[in-house]
Design a binder for this molecule. Structure first.
Ligand SMILES: *[C@@H]1O[C@H](CO)[C@@H](O)[C@H](O)[C@H]1NC(C)=O
Ligand SMILES: *[C@@H]1O[C@H](CO)[C@@H](O)[C@H](O)[C@H]1NC(C)=O
Ligand SMILES: *[C@@H]1O[C@H](CO)[C@@H](O)[C@H](O)[C@H]1NC(C)=O
Ligand SMILES: *[C@@H]1O[C@H](CO)[C@@H](O)[C@H](O)[C@H]1NC(C)=O
Ligand SMILES: *[C@@H]1O[C@H](CO)[C@@H](O)[C@H](O)[C@H]1NC(C)=O
Length: 571
């Protein structure tokens, strides 16, 4: 069946008053209410009964309220997503570079690479910090910033779920660890930016001191200064993703007014830099980043000039929105189109900005519907393993499956909140629940419902990878090794001496096969981007803590700004 031809569910237009109330409603008190209901959902009868008592006698009620905390029943058993979420976040603690923050809680980690950027003549002397990208000690801004954007997006949508399971401070601390570092990787106090740090630790030339060649814990790196790579005119993709990352974080930290403003201002400057580079560039693999970064800047600022830019047909076309190629709908660090389309779909469903934006937003909504259809097992756009894992990429299928699960759950939540019971794929109508089934199937696969009965998240379940391709996890804590001396730990077939809790490995092959072998990184490597998608998918699918948050992402937007210009007075 051709899923490219499809009709959209007719959109029921909310009234302007309704739209305004969604945005202007104070979110704080509403959230609190949601939370307490979630916490006591098992006690609904008790609450009802309490209500009755309230009407009868206020004295009795006061006594009851005083004793209530002691009478709360045991909470229902947690679902797997809720259990795995704190673990998946903890992977980021294991990847921290620089001086460890207090309470980092990863026993085998210590301070590392404290002198990054700190050498004679360095323009960026304060580059300690940030996160290691994967199993080594390289820090890559592009993947790190996408990872932070994903964490921020998940907090913006599912804040009450993070609150309910007590992980809000944890995830915000992780995001800030990233954004604090980003602000030191370019001239973040100026309005015009000409260069950015894009990578640290990828020493070129002399083979023996390259992280690619050495196998040592980051704590033990003692070779000469780690190289700092800057980009000047050819990193529009990085600058645009950086803008996305800072802009989305500014929404997460909107209560910290000053910090949030710093993030927004830097995001704007970095986006200008991205646009300037883009204008001079011939090759075209950065348009998806540009539209994604612009979309986040619109949400962070409410400035219609960004909305005008990112709803340009030309930009969408360059970003591949009309291509429908084999990787159409595959969302990840290397292509952000599907996530952007969903962000626009959100805007249309809940605020439906009128002309001149409405037409492109309708198109994006239609494209999101097509992407969601393509995830369903009824279509053959993507292959699946026999065990049911969607193969959006080979190798390393898990990070893309997790990202898709996040998008699908979000879209199903958007549909639910806009009273749409489902959507059309060609002539076939599908109920929203089918998207949840898809997401659940992928998350379950990752957590152990697969032919090996193996969880691909370290520390979760009975059986999980023990040979993660990771320098720090594979070398005993107190064994200082040299660059080459560490290679025996890489090649050893023994289990890792340190458990890298929460790490999601790259995953199985297309036949559900998995080799828990350290040197085979196509199976056993863990990455920031992979875990960022996992965290997002887990929080989206975790139960309890209420649904998604319709309003927070719109906090900077004034819906009246969409009002058509006043009629020209008659003369
Ligand atoms: C570290 O562990 C302590 C005690 O279990 C806990 O209170 C704290 O929140 C943890 N910190 C992080 C960052 O997970
Ligand atoms: C699906 O698998 C078949 C058989 O292995 C292969 O020929 C085809 O190219 C795959 N399709 C995609 C979209 O990867
Ligand atoms: C939760 O995960 C465990 C470990 O993989 C698995 O045995 C169990 O069946 C899962 N529970 C559900 C409800 O999927
Ligand atoms: C996985 O678990 C199922 C059900 O418990 C069992 O039938 C199957 O043999 C197990 N497979 C492996 C490879 O352990
Ligand atoms: C991992 O996968 C890539 C891409 O398919 C391949 O080029 C590489 O040889 C694989 N590496 C190993 C160790 O199997």
């Amino acid at each position: 069946m051709e899923i490219e031809e499809l009709e959209l569910t007719p959109l029921r237009q909310p009234s302007p008053e309704m739209k305004q109330s969604w945005v202007l409603k104070p979110t704080l008190s509403k959230k609190k209410k949601k939370l307490s209901v979630a916490c006591m959902s098992s006690n609904i009868r008790l609450i009802l009964w309490l209500g009755g008592v309230l009407a009868v006698s206020s004295i009795v009620v006061i006594t009851l309220f005083k004793t209530l905390p002691h009478h709360q029943s045991i909470p229902p058993p947690q679902d797997n997503s809720t259990i795995a979420l704190p673990m998946a976040l903890k992977f980021f603690n294991a990847q921290i570079s620089g001086k460890l923050p207090e309470g980092n809680n990863v026993s085998w980690r210590g301070n590392s690479c404290l002198k990054d950027g700190n050498f004679p003549g360095s323009l960026y002397p304060h580059l300690a910090g940030g996160y290691y990208d994967g199993g080594g000690s390289i820090k890559t801004s592009f993947t790190m910033s996408f990872s932070m954007t994903m964490l921020s997006w998940s907090v913006i949508e599912y804040g009450s779920k993070y609150e309910a399971c007590g992980e809000m401070d944890h995830v915000k601390g992780l995001i800030k660890w990233g954004t604090d570092y980003f602000l030191r990787t370019f001239s973040s106090s100026s309005d015009t930016i000409y260069e950015m740090v894009y990578q640290i630790g990828m020493n070129q030339g002399s083979q023996v001191t390259s992280d690619l060649y050495c196998w040592m814990r980051p704590e033990d790196i003692d070779y000469h200064h780690r190289s700092v790579n800057l980009c000047y005119t050819d990193c529009p993709h990085l600058a645009a993703e950086m803008a996305a990352s800072l802009a989305s974080a500014s929404i997460v930290f909107r209560d910290q007014v000053e910090y949030s403003a710093t993030l927004v201002n830097s995001a704007k400057a970095v986006y200008l830099y991205a646009e300037a580079m883009s204008a001079k560039r011939k090759s075209a693999d950065h348009w998806d980043d540009l539209i994604w970064g612009g979309a986040w800047l619109y949400y962070a600022t409410g400035d219609n000039s960004y909305l005008a830019k990112v709803t340009s047909h030309d930009l969408a076309n360059r970003a591949g929105a009309f291509s429908h190629g084999p990787r159409y709908g595959v969302f990840g660090w290397d292509n952000k189109l599907a996530g952007t389309q969903l962000l626009f779909t959100r805007l249309r469903l809940f605020l439906s900005p009128p002309f001149p934006y409405e037409e492109m937003l309708r198109v994006f909504h239609e494209q999101t519907s097509i992407v969601m259809c393509s995830y369903l097992p009824y279509y053959t756009k993507f292959n699946r393993t026999k065990g049911g894992l969607i193969l959006l990429s080979e190798p390393e299928p898990l990070q893309y499956a997790a990202n898709a699960a996040f998008l699908a759950t979000l879209y199903s939540d958007y549909q639910g909140a806009s009273d749409a019971p489902g959507w059309y794929c060609g002539p076939t109508f599908f109920k929203t629940e089918i998207l949840r089934d898809f997401s659940t199937s992928q998350v379950d696969y990752i957590l152990g419902k697969n032919p090996h009965n193996m969880s691909y998240v370290v520390g979760f379940g009975q059986k999980y990878p023990k040979h993660v391709h990771h320098r720090g996890a594979s070398i005993p804590k107190n064994k200082k090794v040299t660059c080459e001396g560490g290679l025996k730990w890489k090649e050893s077939t023994s289990e890792n001496p340190n458990t890298i809790e929460g790490a999601m490995v790259a995953g199985p092959d297309k036949k559900d096969g998995f080799h828990d072998v350290r040197v085979n990184y196509n199976y056993t490597q863990a990455t920031l981007v992979g875990n960022a998608g996992l965290v997002a998918a887990l929080v989206a699918s975790s139960r309890g803590g209420g649904g998604f948050d319709r309003n927070t992402i719109f906090s900077a937007i004034n819906p009246l700004s969409f009002a058509p210009p006043p009629p020209v007075p008659e003369t």
